[in-house]
Design a binder for this molecule. Structure first.
Ligand SMILES: *[C@@H]1O[C@H](CO)[C@@H](O)[C@H](O)[C@H]1NC(C)=O
Ligand SMILES: *[C@@H]1O[C@H](CO)[C@@H](O)[C@H](O)[C@H]1NC(C)=O
Ligand SMILES: *[C@@H]1O[C@H](CO)[C@@H](O)[C@H](O)[C@H]1NC(C)=O
Ligand SMILES: *[C@@H]1O[C@H](CO)[C@@H](O)[C@H](O)[C@H]1NC(C)=O
Ligand SMILES: *[C@@H]1O[C@H](CO)[C@@H](O)[C@H](O)[C@H]1NC(C)=O
Length: 421
């Protein structure tokens, strides 16, 4: 039972729900992808970036509550805009169970971070507490201290983001930056700027790729059903795993048992397992699966799921529910207060796919209608675009990223700062 729940949650994180793209016959001449998937599956994010000849830096940042986090930076491009020097800054934040690798695994010519560097940006990628790159603390040990894992995405928004943002401003001297967040990467932006509205001033634009906030129109019955049992699931996880959820080491172990040694590199086996666990799953470029699955899942706390489950169960986007007594002490109210997203005044561009089973497009509209300064809510044209097309999609550049670059340049503050004519 527990094993099944772990698997279901793991698959929820890695599965792609969409129509099969097997018969896809479009032109791929402009895309790079990986020239050796087995090699790329074994490299970490900075290893990948330097393999493909891009400049890369690793930065450590410490939060005010002691978490030691890692940011990866591609300071400039390789082919275009390839001289070091000041330039507009963009900060990218990954989704649940993911990492900075999300923005590079598609490879040069295709992945968001390389493209942004070529477009002339100084590209910074965060890693949330608890993931592969940010699994450390000044006093707590993630392997032995349960306390390390008692955080939800509220803490990521409230502590991790300010640590990254302030650090980047300090290092680059740029007082404002663009923000791109996928899924939970959008959630934490909303948390930060509603609870600490003074941070609104530090952003030129918010590019929300399927940002997760409301689940009012969710049609994901399996997940929403599972959410109702979170009060049973969370304590079990804290007992068994201290609260840490499947990271790639554990997934690899699981696949090694089901398939055979080094099975993460065996595309056919991985695909079969994914299909058995979730029959409605269709995977994007199957050749790339070993690369995608060796970087995802990258680890998280069960409490991040708990907080989303609370959002689903209570149909609110609110602070973490600790129970009436602790709520009263923390929030001076027995029910957790909602995040006041009307306080978010950063020009917001929200993107949605019509076949996204994690964030329903109607909930993206809902978010757009509630934010303080939504400029545009943008549909990704193909009807089968799902939650993972934003990071793993074969056509992500032409379908999504080119639009994002256009909107970044059109953000009022960007024009004022960088396009003086
Ligand atoms: C899938 O990825 C492989 C490996 O990087 C690449 O050679 C191939 O062109 C990609 N296929 C499609 C349909 O884009
Ligand atoms: C893959 O690309 C990298 C960077 O361009 C290059 O150094 C490496 O030799 C290539 N590997 C193969 C197998 O072509
Ligand atoms: C995954 O979690 C295990 C503990 O369950 C830990 O020993 C291992 O270092 C973690 N791996 C990564 C890549 O974070
Ligand atoms: C974790 O941080 C401590 C400093 O608090 C450092 O000594 C240690 O090497 C770090 N561990 C890892 C795995 O980076
Ligand atoms: C899997 O293969 C690696 C080398 O490729 C080896 O070091 C390891 O012991 C093997 N594990 C098992 C369980 O056979």
């Amino acid at each position: 039972m527990i094993g099944r729940v772990i698997l279901v949650i793991a698959v929820w994180a890695v599965a792609i729900r969409a129509q099969s793209e097997v018969d896809d016959v479009e032109d791929h001449s402009t895309v790079g992808y990986s020239n050796d998937t087995h090699e790329d599956a074994k490299l970490d994010a900075p290893g990948l970036i330097s393999k493909y000849g891009y400049p890369v830096e690793t930065h450590r940042v410490i939060t005010s509550d002691g978490y030691i986090l890692t940011a990866h930076r591609i300071p400039h491009g390789k082919y275009k805009n390839n001289e070091p020097g000041p330039r507009p800054v963009v900060f990218l934040m990954h989704g649940l169970m993911c990492s900075s690798a999300d923005f590079i695994v598609l490879g040069p010519g295709s992945a968001l971070s390389y493209l942004l560097a070529e477009e002339g940006y100084d590209v910074w990628m965060g890693n949330a507490r608890g993931n592969f790159y940010s699994r450390n603390h000044t006093t707590l040990n993630p392997d032995t201290d349960r306390k390390f894992w008692r955080f939800s995405w509220e803490h990521i928004g409230l502590y991790d983001l300010p640590a990254f943002i302030d650090y980047i401003i300090y290092i680059t001297g740029e007082s404002k930056m663009h923000y791109i967040g996928h899924s939970q990467g959008g959630t934490v932006f909303l948390v930060l700027n509603s609870l600490k509205p003074e941070y609104n001033d530090k952003f030129i634009s918010f590019q929300g790729l399927a940002p997760a906030a409301y689940f009012t129109h969710s049609e994901n019955e399996k997940r929403d059903h599972l959410a109702r049992y979170i009060h049973i699931i969370e304590p079990i996880f804290f007992k068994l795993t201290k609260g840490e959820l499947t990271n790639s080491t554990q997934i690899k172990k699981m696949l090694d048992i089901i398939c055979r040694n080094e099975s993460i590199l065996d595309t056919k086996c991985v695909e079969t397992v994914v299909r058995i666990l979730s029959p409605d799953v269709a995977v994007l470029n199957q050749t790339m699966l070993p690369v995608f699955l060796s970087h995802t899942p990258a680890g998280a706390s069960i409490r991040q799921y708990t907080h989303y489950a609370q959002s689903i169960n209570r149909n609110t986007f609110a602070r973490f529910n600790y129970g009436p007594l602790i709520n009263l002490i923390l929030y001076k109210s027995d029910i957790p207060p909602e995040f006041d997203v009307s306080k978010i005044t950063v020009p917001a561009y929200l993107y949605y796919g019509m076949s996204d089973h994690a964030v329903n497009y109607r909930d993206t509209f809902k978010l757009g209608s509630m934010l303080g300064n939504t400029i545009e809510t943008i549909k990704i044209e193909r009807e089968t675009v799902n939650h993972f097309d934003f990071i793993w999609g074969t056509h992500a550049k032409t379908e999504i990223y080119d639009t994002v670059f256009d909107r970044m340049k059109k953000a009022p503050e960007h024009e004022k700062r960088y396009q003086l004519t």
